[in-house]
Design a protein around this ligand. Structure first.
Ligand code: G3I
Length: 376
């Protein structure tokens, strides 16, 4: 493992590099996001592999200066951390948790039970036949206990179940649902509460502003609570586009979840500026590349950048107005150049979805958030 001082050195170099830049994008905020938002909510980011391995010095500088919460973008997913039965690959996840701890971050584990990035072995036996309900429950339990016990007291909250519903509110036909039945969700939360009673437990999903999904999540929280099963927060993934959802619909869901007595977190926030092709954030939903749907390969025209800024402002306005209900807002990465949006739903587009541009310079929205958060 790379010693922590290398990460810290990288961070110092990055800060030095950043302070030498200027421009519309590039003006450093008058105070760090995390201090401007103190007392309102945590401000987090996803960390990619280069950042966890310590090779993205500039990214690390931004993370340690601006943010106080981290989540791993990929390395704690089942296919990465549990690629074969009984085989766990903890290296990157260990480094991620070490980094978060060394920098006093609120560390989030993502994601324990999720249909996507689930390795094939998880749901089949040695002959390739689908496993029985009891076997899948046992595998799910082993997976939850192994991860949560390893990072007990260090990972502060977990996405226990991720993306269990379709937009219309019906259950996603995931292997967990098909083989175990809808009780798999309650079981996952029960196992998680036993594995680390001190960790916060979350349900996390995208398109939560869709009415069907909103109602399904409200019912889920109510059912868990009625059964005496702990759920601490709902994570509203913020994979938004220029046309979905409206800030009003997003706020309506936020208020509906908060009314159940749980915290709300805005997770996985990014705003794609590109023509939207699908509302889904399910990485399986791929579309063939079409240059007409990739209009900004040579840069983002000022008018489009302004529209993007103003749309993100209206969302942050919702978050800040409702900060008594929101425990955390997490961006899904630092720099536009690293965003998954460039490759979804079609590979190789040029998107501008995050707070920092392709040169790792802050966009004007960063200072706007600082000002809005600190205005009297
Ligand atoms: O690491 C390999 C690389 O070696 C290979 O050359 C390359 C070729 O395509 O693939 C790389 O892996 C990719 C990985 O991201 C790392 O970049 C996978 O193909 C790609 O499928 C994977 O996508 C991730 C996706 O989840 C699926 O796990 C995205 O980075 C990540 O941002 C995205 O995040 C999800 C959340 O976990 C849950 N909510 C929705 C969100 C967006 O789909």
């Amino acid at each position: 493992m790379k010693p922590h001082f290398l990460n810290s050195l990288a961070a110092l170099l990055a800060i030095a590099a950043m302070t030498s830049c200027n421009g519309t994008n590039g003006s450093q905020p008058t105070q760090p996001l995390k201090s401007a938002l103190e007392g309102k909510f945590l401000i987090g980011t996803a960390m990619n592999t280069a950042q966890i391995e310590g090779t993205d010095a500039v990214g690390l500088g931004i993370i340690t200066t601006q943010f106080n919460s981290v989540v791993a973008e990929n390395c704690m997913k089942t296919e990465k951390i549990h690629p074969e039965e009984g085989v766990y690959a903890f290296d990157l996840a260990d480094r991620f948790v070490d980094f978060g701890e060394a920098h006093g971050m609120f560390i989030v584990g993502h994601a324990l039970v999720w249909h996507s990035q689930l390795p094939a072995w998880f749901t089949v036996d040695a002959q390739g036949n689908e496993v029985t309900r009891d076997v899948l429950i046992a595998r799910m339990k082993d997976h939850i206990f192994t991860l949560m016990e390893r990072y007990k007291g260090r990972v502060h909250g977990w996405d226990v179940v991720n993306e269990a519903f379709e937009d219309d509110g019906s259950f996603r036909q995931s292997p967990f649902y098909r083989i175990i039945g809808e009780e798999y969700i309650q079981m996952a939360f029960e196992f998680a509460a036993q594995a680390d009673p001190g960790a916060e437990l979350y349900y996390n999903d995208f398109s939560t502003a869709a009415p069907g999904k909103r109602e399904a999540i409200v019912s889920l929280v109510q059912n868990l609570q009625a059964a005496g099963v702990r759920i601490d927060a709902v994570g509203m993934q913020g994979h938004i586009t220029m046309d979905f959802p409206t800030p009003e619909a997003f706020e309506k869901s936020l208020l509906a979840f908060a009314a159940q007595g749980v915290d709300v977190m805005i997770t996985e926030l990014d705003l794609s500026v590109l023509p939207s092709v699908t509302r889904s954030a399910d990485i399986g939903a791929r579309v063939r590349y079409d240059s007409e749907l990739d209009p900004y390969t040579q840069g983002l025209p000022e008018a489009a950048a302004k529209k993007w800024e103003s749309r993100l402002e209206s969302f942050f306005d919702v978050f800040i107005r409702n900060s008594d209900k929101i425990s955390r807002v997490t961006l899904w990465g630092i720099s536009d150049k690293d965003s998954w949006r460039n490759d979804f739903p079609m590979l190789g587009r040029t998107d501008y979805a995050l707070l920092y541009d392709r040169n790792d310079q802050p966009k004007p929205i960063v200072e706007w958030i600082v000002k809005r958060a600190t205005q009297k």
